[in-house]
Design a protein around this ligand. Structure first.
Ligand code: SAM
Length: 199
């Protein structure tokens, strides 16, 4: 597996402790506001510690988690009390099957799609099918870089993502904010739905 995967698996306990109380409540609340008339299961893709997942559940929504680190899955399961499934979100076909099999309506992906190469992210956007609302956040910047811990990151500009979303998606909201851990980078988040949705 990749160095990014190894990082999350090996550092799961410290990563869990550092992030479990960091809640991007402003962004989550904006996402949830689009769901008011649309009940349905939410999947948190790359849920990590389960921080957002716990917040979403406590707001009264039904949600499950997805991650590829068994170590983080164990910790997040214990923390949230809901089901967390092991799935590689880079595999868009597997995510689509997971959505159908589990009757997932909405997708939430905070700081997770940025770990896949841009080519995989483009493939993900081209292939993904769902009937509800989709939130995702990315680091703002350019290119692809590996950090000092060996984690792979793809960086995006707003215009670049809007071009990738193209005609397949309708952008409901764009949000930009500073990093909460003070790492000096900005985050860009998108709330979208499919333009030709059937749901
Ligand atoms: C930066 S953390 C974000 C965690 C959480 N969503 C948050 O906002 O705090 C990225 C998470 O995505 C998971 N992840 C990265 N690539 C993945 C992949 N290809 N498939 C499944 N999970 C992945 C990692 O294990 C980690 O839990």
């Amino acid at each position: 597996m990749s160095d990014t995967f190894n990082y999350y698996n090996k550092n799961s306990k410290s990563y869990f402790e550092t992030t479990k109380n960091i809640i991007i409540s402003d962004q989550i609340d904006k996402f949830l506001a689009y769901l008011v008339d649309e009940a349905g299961l939410i999947a948190d893709l790359g849920c990590g510690s389960g921080n957002s997942l716990k917040y979403i559940i406590e707001k009264g929504y039904k949600a499950v988690g997805v991650d590829y680190s068994d170590e983080l899955i164990g910790l997040a399961k214990n923390y949230t009390g809901v089901e967390i499934m092991n799935l590689n979100i880079e595999d868009a076909a597997a995510v689509n099957k997971f959505i159908i099999d589990n009757k997932i309506k909405h997708l939430f992906a905070s700081a997770s799609l940025l770990h896949m190469p841009k080519a995989s992210f483009i493939n993900f956007l081209n292939k993904i099918e769902f009937s509800g609302v989709f939130f995702f956040s990315l680091k703002e910047g350019e290119g692809e870089h590996v950090d000092s811990a060996g984690r792979f990151f793809a960086y995006y500009t707003r215009g670049e993502v809007e071009q990738l979303l193209n005609k397949k998606f309708i952008v409901l909201a764009f949000i930009k904010n500073e990093d909460r851990l003070g790492r000096g980078n900005n985050w860009i988040s998108f709330i979208v739905r499919l333009s030709g949705r059937r749901g």
